[in-house]
Design a protein around this ligand. Structure first.
Ligand SMILES: *Cc1c(COP(=O)(O)O)cnc(C)c1O
Length: 381
């Protein structure tokens, strides 16, 4: 299928045709033996990608549904949660916690810098009554990778439960859930798992279950409540494993994508993102662009780049979209107009996509009167 445009936004991503074909198979029942085969295979493939023995739930909805579920299920009204935030998605996580009646303790870093594990340690000492810590792995709005393995260590030392928003990282970089000790890990189908939007995926550790079961009721609703999902897994798990009607086509598509990822192998799947990222970062630098973050804590999944005096971020974004059908992302919140974001996820990791984008940007620079020889993005100046 030829697409009239290419997505380089930080999700959702352009996905492969065989995954789209899987979406268009006849609708199935979301229960019964045929469904159990699909469901069990999908959750078992997911356990390999999450690198976990923990329970996995497929929850119809956006990634945020999984985060709402974690916040609402682990703690009761009025309890404290420590939220690490250094950008829009960290703030969103705090808002989700507050909307669930929780008291939020903030551990902040400026936008563009990672969370410092020592700042978390200090908060853990000052708030021994906060049973849960939540953090974003890849803060997609600034492209900072937070040091989740180190944060996990601090959480573990303090004996708390750790929730990680790995929506834009899981599948794209190594996130060994059990080795790092992530109790609740949340991701979505439409980023590094290379599927259309529609599913949140949540893993839950035995320690997290203890906390969920330690209070009678959270009064945080029924649908996004882990207790509800546990009940169906335990009692109807052999024929109808979820409490609601499942988006079966999305799950069949996810199975197709997971099979492909695991057939290639996780290391190679991660490497393709790193390769595309290196090519784009080098290409932008070769054309004289300044990158928003030093390589040190920049994510290999999305690159943030500054506009130039000759044009605004919006101008370049609009030209690429209208003239070349290439969609890149802009800045959000305080970074609006200040940066552009280029995703290296899904098909945007391919040579075809990367070359198209670099050559289109070269062309745009020439239109703006900047002296960039043809092919300059591929040459180290
Ligand atoms: C994309 C994203 C989300 C969730 O987005 P939804 O719109 O709820 O699917 C959450 N956190 C991060 C870090 C993301 O990149």
């Amino acid at each position: 299928m030829t697409k009239p445009y290419k997505l380089f936004i930080p999700g959702p991503v352009s996905v492969d045709d065989d995954v789209l074909d899987a979406m268009s198979q006849p609708v199935m029942r979301h229960y019964g033996p045929e469904w159990m085969d699909v469901y069990n295979e999908t959750t078992s493939l997911l356990k390999q990608v999450f690198q976990t023995q923990n329970d996995i739930f497929l929850v119809p909805g956006p990634g945020t549904a999984g985060l709402d579920m974690a916040m609402g299920s682990l703690l009761a009204n009025g309890q404290k949660v420590i939220v690490c935030r250094n950008g829009f998605f960290g703030e969103r996580l705090a808002t989700v916690a507050e909307a669930n009646g929780l008291q939020v303790v903030h551990v902040a870093a400026p936008a563009g810098l990672p969370i410092a594990p020592d700042d978390l340690r200090k908060a853990l000492r000052e708030h021994p009554d906060a049973p849960v810590v939540a953090a974003i792995h890849h803060e997609t709005t600034t492209t900072v990778m937070n040091p989740v393995s180190e944060l996990a260590l601090a959480v573990r030392e303090a004996g708390r439960v750790f929730v990680v928003d790995a929506v834009s990282s899981l599948g794209g970089v190594d996130v060994p859930v059990d080795a790092w000790g992530i109790d609740v890990c949340v991701t979505a189908a439409n980023k590094c798992l290379e599927c259309p939007p529609g599913l949140a995926i949540v893993s839950v550790s035995p320690r997290a279950w203890e906390m969920v079961n330690s209070h009678e009721s959270t009064h945080h609703g029924w649908y996004l409540n882990l207790k509800t999902w546990r009940w169906y897994a335990d009692n109807w798990g052999d024929w109808h494993p979820s409490p609601v009607t499942m988006p079966t086509n999305n799950i069949v598509a996810l199975r197709t994508s997971l099979r492909k990822i695991l057939a290639v192998g996780l290391p190679e799947h991660f490497a393709k993102h790193a390769r595309a990222c290196r090519a784009v970062r080098a290409g932008l630098r070769n054309m004289g662009f300044q990158l928003f973050l030093p390589d040190e804590f920049a994510s290999p999944l999305v690159t943030a780049v500054l506009p130039r005096p000759e044009f605004t971020a919006h101008d370049l974004q609009t030209w690429l979209a209208q003239e070349r059908g290439l969609y890149i992302g802009g800045g959000i919140g305080e970074l609006s107009g200040k940066i552009l974001r280029i995703g290296h996820i899904g098909q945007a990791t391919s040579r075809d996509y990367v070359m198209d984008l670099l050559f289109a940007i070269e062309e745009y620079l020439r239109l703006k009167g900047i002296d960039v020889p043809v092919g300059a993005s591929l040459i180290e100046l």
